[in-house]
Design a protein around this ligand. Structure first.
Ligand code: MIC
Ligand code: SF4
Length: 646
């Protein structure tokens, strides 16, 4: 078993309960929280429902970065609510235009050795600075703001040993793409990835943050780097050297498993449609025509990434068949590009400058044309996430993105006729906090009518008389369950947002999932969702639990359910079950009844539950399920969710 790792040391220094044994739940004290607007309105409505007078953390920040299109009043109404509730509750507010939560948090607030949870799955970006930074549902973040501990499984620690140095045109992004090709997006629940080895010193904090950011796609609890001389340098350049502390594993640390990556031999890579672990080398893809290139997001929207693209484009033109969009990760990054003349180089080359924020990464504009390849420096390429059905999204480094922008085809950037632009870390980053709003209570909370009421769930009934409303396959992401893009503006209005649950599976002319689920609910039955492997991958959006709950779903049964989604289901009183025998998945179909007699009695820690499937032809059979629930989780599910519990 692993010992002396940095992950274990930070967790143990924050433990408030539980047993430090892999797989067992431990409770940890949370020093910092972050929220973003698309998950934040729910989190603060929940915080208000808890009657918490003011936040109890060292620091809580509310960022507005996702929902920025302002088509109709909803987005701006959300922003005003977030701004005013932050002031009342003691939360720092980062207004729209200031930057993406993860980029800004790393720049201005992350502290080595601290714990952070955020209502966004890419919160592990903070691991680049040596924190334990974890993505969670909004309700868990609200609970942490009100001073409660956060539960995680005590981790298995996977050590990733980095050796050597990255060569020109090979990027930090290629490190995480390589790791995704090894570990894939499945089967890593409950692990933490910790980087070590002499290659670590070659990477700056922003490069490390690219790696820990996209580590979210591995499905691990988080990833982290040690805090060392490079970390001190970064903090000094951000004007906050006082926040530095050395954070290192013990000299005799051992990992549960070690994976080695030699930076010298890495080559430019891409994640191919439509999963972040479909990895191929750019050499293999070379020559394929590209229609769109987008640079930005919380993975690659920092100063170095954008400066590199600007310098490679200087005096050149974007290929006429390509549109290039640039979305800077933060206002300080954009301001630095402006002041150094790099923005002028981008504009002169033909780049389209997009708003600072998540933008196209969450389908807010810039959807690609039909049947064209879009090349993005982002972290997710789930089908349809770009806003175009049947999209072909490839995830790459800024180095590879600029090569495609210049040539109009996939090109190994090492083959470009361009001198590699070495980007040194600036002597000082622009460290200007004047756009953050420090909380001053007393003005009241603004809550416009587009911010709906929070739906209340009922306790789990004694018997579940269920009906299967949908049966889906492997790797269903929360983007499949709760689409974002043009629907993102409905995040604060559960009845309206519920209408698009599983929209991607609806067929023209037939009742969609929402109508079918509501009909089951209105007939007095419980809705059941059947998934296969890795159900609920991706985002932390608790809407993927709240909206099904609103539509009467009481059970999600699958072969495996991903960590954040599973926690969200429990928080909102939906029972997550795992097929004991995978063959049973094949035997259940949509419209079958699934009955659990005496479910309240059946649910006990470590004990299976048994249900009866009734087919339309009158045949019946029993199915055994296991479940991952602790005693506390069972209490929550029985009560109909956390908000019904003390
Ligand atoms: C994402 O990248 O999928 C998001 C949008 O940032 C989500 C949060 C959300 O759905 O609001 C995430 O990663 O958690
Ligand atoms: Fe925003 Fe995309 Fe990062 Fe999610 S992954 S926080 S949508 S930039």
């Amino acid at each position: 078993m692993a010992h002396g790792t940095l992950a274990q040391k930070i967790i143990e220094a924050h433990m408030t309960g539980g047993n430090p044994v892999p797989g067992e739940q431990v409770a940890i004290r949370i020093d910092q929280t972050l929220t973003q607007d698309a998950t934040g309105t729910m989190a603060y409505l929940e915080l208000e429902a808890m009657k918490t007078p003011g936040v109890m953390t060292e620091l809580s920040v509310s960022y507005v970065d996702h929902n920025m299109m302002q088509n109709g009043p909803e987005n701006r109404n959300d922003h005003l609510y977030l701004q005013t509730v932050a002031a009342e509750k003691g939360v720092v507010f980062s207004p729209p235009g200031n930057g993406i939560c993860h980029q800004l948090h790393l720049e201005r607030f992350g502290k080595p050795g601290r714990t952070l949870i955020g209502s966004d799955s890419h919160t592990p970006t903070g691991g680049g600075i040596g924190m334990i930074a974890i993505g969670a549902g909004g309700l868990d973040v609200a609970l942490a703001m009100s001073g409660q501990s956060f539960n995680i499984p005590y981790p298995k620690v996977v050590g990733v040993k980095l050796t050597g140095k990255l060569r020109p045109w090979v990027a930090a992004k290629d490190v995480i793409l390589k790791l995704l090709s090894i570990m894939t997006t499945k089967g890593n629940v409950g692990s933490i990835v910790e980087y070590f080895g002499d290659g670590v010193a070659d990477l700056s904090v922003p490069q490390r943050a690219t790696i820990t950011n996209m580590g979210a796609e591995l499905g691990v609890t988080t990833s982290l780097f040690p805090s060392d001389g490079r970390t001190r340098e970064f903090l000094r350049r951000q004007g906050r050297e006082a926040d530095f502390s050395f954070q290192q594993p013990d000299d005799d640390a051992e990992y549960d498993e070690v994976i080695e990556i030699d930076l010298n031999t890495l080559e430019p890579l891409a994640a191919c449609p439509s999963s972040p672990d479909q990895i191929r080398s750019i050499r293999e893809l070379a020559g394929k025509k590209v229609g769109q290139v987008l640079v930005g997001s919380c993975t690659n929207g920092g100063y170095r990434d954008l400066a590199l693209v600007a310098k490679a484009l200087k005096g050149r033109m974007v290929h006429p068949d390509v549109t290039l969009g640039i979305a800077p990760g933060s206002r300080p990054v954009l301001e630095m590009l402006c002041r150094e003349g790099l923005l002028g180089d981008l504009v002169a080359a033909g780049a389209r400058i997009l708003e600072v924020g998540c933008g196209p990464c969450i389908g807010q504009g810039q959807s690609p044309a039909d049947d064209t390849i879009t090349v993005r420096t982002f972290n997710r390429n789930f089908a349809g996430r770009s806003g175009t059905k049947g999209d072909q999204s490839y995830l790459v480094s800024p180095e590879t993105a600029v090569a495609a922008a210049l040539t109009g085809v996939f090109t190994d950037p090492r083959d470009l006729d361009v001198k590699f632009p070495v980007i040194e870390e600036p002597e000082f980053y622009l460290a200007d906090d004047k756009h953050f709003q420090m909380p001053v209570p007393g003005k009241g909370i603004v809550r416009k009518p587009t911010i709906g009421e929070f739906p209340v769930n009922q306790p789990l009934p004694g018997d579940i008389n269920g009906e299967v409303v949908i049966k889906v396959g492997d790797k269903i992401t929360t983007d499949h369950i709760m689409p974002a893009g043009v629907h993102l503006k409905l995040r604060s209005n559960i009845p309206a947002y519920s209408k698009v649950v599983f929209e991607c599976f609806n067929e023209a002319g037939k009742p969609g999932f929402a109508e079918r689920a509501a009909a089951v609910r209105d007939a007095g039955k419980a809705g059941v969702i059947i998934g296969r492997d890795s159900y609920g991958q991706g985002s932390s959006r608790e809407h993927a639990a709240i909206c099904p709950m609103y539509l009467g779903v009481k059970v999600v049964a699958a072969l495996a359910i991903e960590r954040i989604h599973r926690a969200n289901l429990i928080n909102f009183g939906i029972l997550p079950l795992i097929f004991n025998d995978p063959a049973d998945y094949e035997r259940i179909d949509e419209k079958d009844s699934l009955i659990f007699n005496g479910i309240r009695r059946q649910l006990a820690v470590g004990k299976p539950v048994v249900g009866t499937v009734c087919k339309s032809d009158g045949s019946k059979f029993e199915v055994k399920f296991t479940h991952p629930l602790s005693a506390r989780d069972i209490e929550l599910v029985l009560a109909g969710g956390r908000l019904n519990c003390k």
